[in-house]
Design a protein around this ligand. Structure first.
Ligand SMILES: [Zn+2]
Length: 450
């Protein structure tokens, strides 16, 4: 693979020492960043033979920044987008999404994951973590084929409830299958990782929590879950244990730096103390929060130093899968709740989308900033668009103005996956037709009624 030279660009490195390098260059070789700096440090003939990506001769310079990292995405649910709008949560889950998931074939999951990856790439995302995969092998296949970087997991429930028979597991099976996914995918492919999953607190046993938490610590593996997501969950756990959801997990030894907890909306001060002390990672999903879960206390979490990252969550409950939309929402929603336009400023949003995402997934030595030696996961923005004009401040323009139109080029592991706004490894026309066809067939097969 030839090297790539980005030149005549402003580099938003997100590295505290490097900061923003105006009119800079960045060289990529064998999948890694090998050099970066001011463009005038380049000598004629440097990096000869490299593929060059340059800003236009007229207009504003391109912006290069670390690719965004989404820590909570349900890629198996992309073909279910629009299936469960404006319905209550019970209908959403039991009558629409679980029957949809139960009807998915392995090929459906592959196409659904590819849809998710295509939309992530088009909004500048280069790494994601699956939130509750139906078929981790199919998702891993889509990651490998597309050139994306991602972590897979298996949607796991081990208690009886109104769930489709296909989704039910005994506790023993749940443990065995989670270990199987991690053994199969963690560390076996350069761009694919794996973590454990327990879908939620409603349908999981104490034994499952204790065992997977202990294994997560022992094997240095993350555990994805949904935590303190609804008032129903709070009432259910209060009835079951007399505790809050966070304190309940503490009593099971489940809180720790390995725990990736999505939403975390309904928490009190004692819960926040525990999350902070145990270094639990919070996965903030603004679109899904506004629509279903509620609004988490993100300003307070950030003040406490809790690592908060972002995810677009689930296509049937967002329904937009653009990281830039999610960043915009993260930047504005807390200002309304707190009655304070200064909370969660643009720079914090950008940190959540890059360095915090990398810290959350234990990948901060590998991705999350532009620095020599890091993997070449780079997103290039073209601000010569109506939405980003004028550009007074890079961070503000990126968070409050930019939409997917500005995403010009996306590089993952040194490979260009989006070039001039077009996907290079995914046939978009084929994908749209295939996803539409499969989505309709699934609804028919699952007998989902609107
Ligand atoms: Zn979720």
């Amino acid at each position: 693979m030839p090297g790539i030279l980005l030149e005549n660009m402003d580099l938003v490195t997100m590295d505290p020492e490097l900061g923003v390098i105006e009119d800079g260059y960045l060289a990529i070789e064998a999948g890694r960043i090998v050099a970066l700096g001011k463009r005038d440090e380049l000598k004629p003939g440097d990096y000869a033979g490299y593929e060059r990506i340059s800003s236009p001769k007229w207009g504003k310079r391109f912006i290069a920044l670390p690719g965004f990292i989404q820590t909570h995405v349900h890629t198996s649910q992309a073909l279910g987008r629009g299936l469960a709008d404006d319905v209550d949560l019970i209908t959403w889950t039991r009558k629409r999404i679980w029957p949809y998931e139960a009807a998915l074939t392995e090929d459906d999951v592959y196409v659904s994951a590819l849809m998710s990856i295509a939309e992530m790439l088009k909004s500048g995302t280069t790494t994601f973590c699956e939130a509750s995969g139906v078929n981790p092998d199919a998702i891993a296949g889509a990651i490998i084929d597309s050139g994306m970087r991602g972590m897979v997991c298996l949607s796991t429930m081990d208690l009886p409830g109104e769930i489709p028979p296909e989704a039910r597991m005994t506790t023993e099976e749940a443990i065995e299958r989670n270990v199987g996914v991690v053994e199969k995918w963690q560390g076996k492919h350069d761009r694919v990782g794996a973590c454990f999953n327990i879908l939620n607190l409603f349908l999981s046993s104490e034994e499952l929590w204790r065992t997977l938490s202990a294994l997560a610590r022992e094997k240095n593996v993350f555990l994805q879950t949904h935590l303190a997501e609804s008032l129903d969950e709070v009432a259910f756990i209060r009835e079951k244990s007399g505790k809050t959801p966070v304190q309940y997990l503490e009593s099971l030894g489940a809180l720790g730096p390995h725990l990736l907890a999505a939403h975390v909306v309904h928490v009190n001060d004692a819960d926040l103390d525990l999350l902070e002390e145990r270094d639990v990672k919070v996965l903030h999903c603004p679109g899904a929060g506004l629509r279903i879960a509620g609004i988490a206390k993100i300003p307070e979490m950030l003040d406490r130093g809790i690592v908060v990252s972002l995810g677009t969550n689930s296509p049937p409950c967002n329904n937009r899968m653009s990281m830039l939309d999610e960043m915009w929402l993260a930047g504005i929603m807390h200002k309304a709740v707190e009655h304070n336009p200064q909370v969660v400023p643009a720079a914090s949003v950008l940190e959540m989308a890059t360095v915090n995402g990398a810290k959350t997934l234990g990948m901060d030595r590998v991705v999350g900033t532009l620095a020599v030696g890091k993997k070449a996961d780079v997103t290039i923005m073209n601000f010569n668009q109506l939405c980003t004009t004028p550009t007074h401040d890079l961070f503000s323009t990126l968070v409050y103005q930019a939409n997917n139109d500005v995403v010009h080029t996306v590089i993952v592991d040194g490979e260009i996956l989006l070039k001039d706004g077009k996907l290079t490894t995914i046939n978009e026309d084929w994908l749209i037709a295939e996803a539409e066809r499969r989505a309709r067939a699934i609804v028919k097969r699952a007998n989902i009624k609107f």
